[in-house]
Design a protein around this ligand. Sequence first.
Ligand code: FAD
Length: 435
Amino acid sequence: MKNECPSVKYAIIGNSTAAIAAAEGIREIDSSGSLMIISREDRHTYSRPLITYLLGGKVDESKMTYRPQEFYQGLNIETRLGTEVVSVEAGEHRLKLSGGEELTYEKLLIATGGRPVLPPVEGSDLRGVFSMTCWDDVEAIRSYIKTNPVDRAVVVGAGMIGIKTIEALRRLDLEVTALELAERPLSMALDETAGQMVQAQLASNNVDLRCGTTLEKLLPAGEKVAGAVLSDGHKFACQLVVFAIGVRPDTSLLQACGAKIDRGIIANQEMLTSLADVYVAGDCTQSLELLSGQSMPIPILPVAYRQGRVAGANMAGGQETFNGSLIMNSISVFDLPTISVGLTAIDDQDSCGYREMVWRSENPPAYRKVIIKDKRLVGAVLVGQVDRAGIFTGLIKQRVDISSIQDLLLTEEFGVLALPTEYRKHLVSGSGIEV
Ligand SMILES: Cc1cc2nc3c(=O)[nH]c(=O)nc-3n(C[C@H](O)[C@H](O)[C@H](O)COP(=O)(O)OP(=O)(O)OC[C@H]3O[C@@H](n4cnc5c(N)ncnc54)[C@H](O)[C@@H]3O)c2cc1C
């Protein structure tokens, strides 16, 4: 006799920020409905942004857990860790799992995150070539370094993941060459001045950063990587390569179901996809960017968390909405903190109506820039002194008229007390400052 297909009320694919937030959102409303988390990674939920710190020894394993060990039991969550969902049959409300098991659900959350971008470079299948998006990557790199003579590493990409990877490898005392196709590091997150400060910080930490170039091919010694050839013709020896170009929304499970997908899986404000009872949250989706008014992937942890909470609440019958987010980047480069929110630079041809204000100090190095349009703050870049980031973020998000405080924004006196009275009241009685 054929076994009956097991059934759950809520199925969540993924076990990271968006998934955990959704489980918490569900349990706020429904404390007992059966809930299953299915994850390809065979680990208790952990903080993905910390994986490079784990590699570099800046944190140990005990700091990695995103929720305590008793989390799943406490919220009555069944887990299938080390299990991949191989297909979604949305019409039948059915999942197929690796190992052949099938499962039906009433409500489904796709929280599959992003997949590393891996350019098709000759030699990228050699041993010693890695990406940097999960804990297993850390284990694999550590084990390779332990069992192979590695002096010089190449990091491809000097965006957020690349910079964090560079720092980790330097902490392991490796020589590091970093390749960045753009003219400066963190080019998507920072303006030219801030990028130059980051470049100087990398140089003073003995990082060989090469901008405006990338990897042409990798050279082998047997099965292992032994050298790199760059698009500008340079060639040098290296024994470890890490691709850290970024992630692309993992939309694969819903592609076969005919769901609406653009760069990421498309959802409405309730985080419901175009398929009945299928919700989405986190790096695999795209959503409204509040300044540009465009829908795009915003792959950062606070956005994944808020989307997950909204999706979870709605799966359990609540009525919550995710109304969009600002682009925000926060990264420390060898202890030099940097934060950017909203616009970071204005193209000359596009400068109509924008005003930039800048403050800079040489010793210690610090830089603040704000961009204003129509009496509203629309962007901020902070390096070295980032303590105003929260206030600036709130002003941008709430579209506060800053004409009365504009000239104070970059002065030493500026702080919460300088804010317009009405907005201060909102901070106290309203939702406060959020991203
Ligand atoms: C190195 C690094 C540093 C970062 N630093 C920062 C930072 O400083 N600040 C910040 O805000 N953000 C940072 N981020 C981004 C942040 O980690 C992500 O925005 C966040 O993890 C997204 O969470 P998520 O739940 O959407 O997806 P993910 O964290 O990507 O998790 C998705 C999970 O789903 C699993 N999965 C996928 N497909 C399947 C399937 N078919 N079956 C079963 N399981 C599946 C995956 O294996 C994975 O475990 C960083 C990311 C990386 C990689």
